[in-house]
Design a protein around this ligand. Structure first.
Ligand code: SF4
Ligand code: SF4
Length: 286
């Protein structure tokens, strides 16, 4: 079990067989394309720097682990953070590309049903590793997981799957705040903290958290801003989290519930019909 290949197999087997990996359509299609895995050290200095930036409420891997195993905390250097991404399928991206104001049906379904699968995957991996004598926790599934106000960044959760994915080497942030990965921006993330000795994934972009966005790297593009129906992205101020939150809560989510019978908070129009939809923009992948 203690190799990245084994971990990937556990994740991929679950992706293949779990009935919950479904858009709940008559076609029987899966919610997600094939998962991709990266691994970070539990004591990567970036975890501490990100905590300083976001706020003291953000858990480090060590803190999340100690919440799950209060009687046997371990030093951060003995932990690994296993981060995976679940790409939207080509069909979901194609549907979403046609939309201009509200999420497509497949997108709303992946956000709702697909995230239910992602939650099951978090627990499945944590339980599988723990049973194999590698105590593990999915921080996002802890009872204390919650959103709080960051002085600097507004509403923020105490475990950020996107920041974990950045530290693990999956990708860097774009103008819209979403993470641009080798499989693009139209992806969703999950993670597990484990007491296990795994080799970590290299971060080819170093600590440059904007390396793969054309706007930050070259001063070009800005396509995601043009996709937002709420004007919540601009090339001068970046992503306006409050405007985005308001549009999703008051417009996109009620529409998706009424139209597709889904819950959750879908929008994601800024994640498609852009140069970083399903790849790192040409010329930026170092
Ligand atoms: S669409 Fe362009 S500006 Fe927006 S995140 Fe992607 S590369 Fe950056
Ligand atoms: S998710 Fe937010 S930023 Fe992106 S298109 Fe929707 S409202 Fe705009």
């Amino acid at each position: 079990m203690n190799s990245v290949a084994h971990i990937e197999k556990v994740i991929r087997d679950f992706w293949t067989s779990a009935p919950s990996n479904s858009l709940h359509l008559e076609t029987g299609e899966k919610a997600w394309a094939e998962p991709q895995v990266a691994v970070a050290r539990g004591d990567d200095p970036l975890f501490y720097r990100i905590k300083e930036l976001i706020g003291p409420f953000l858990w480090t891997p060590e803190e999340a682990y100690a919440l799950a195993f209060p009687d046997s905390p371990v030093p951060a250097r003995e932990l690994r953070v296993i981060s995976w991404l679940l790409p939207q399928t080509p069909e979901t991206r194609a549907d979403q590309r046609r939309e201009k104001a509200l999420p497509a049906g497949r997108w709303a379904r992946s956000r709702f049903h697909g995230e239910e699968f992602n939650c099951e995957l978090r627990l499945h991996l944590a339980e599988t590793l723990t049973r194999a004598r590698y105590p593990s926790v999915a921080p996002e599934r802890l009872p204390g997981f919650a959103y709080q106000q960051s002085e600097r960044f507004g509403l923020a959760s105490n475990w950020s799957e996107r920041h974990v994915a950045f530290v693990a080497g999956h990708g860097t942030f774009g103008l819209s705040d979403a993470l641009i990965t080798r499989w693009g921006k139209a992806v969703r993330f999950g993670s597990v903290v484990s007491r296990i000795d795994l080799p970590v994934t290299g971060r080819v972009y170093g600590d440059d958290h904007h390396a793969w966005c054309l706007w930050y790297a070259r001063g070009t593009c800005g396509a995601c801003a043009g996709r937002c129906p709420a004007d919540a992205i601009t090339t001068t101020t970046g992503h306006d989290k409050q405007a985005c939150f308001t549009y999703i809560r008051e417009t996109a989510a009620p529409y998706a519930t009424a139209t597709y019978g889904t819950g959750a908070t879908p929008c994601g129009l800024c994640q498609v019909r852009i140069p970083c939809e399903d790849r790192v923009p040409a010329g930026l992948l170092s």
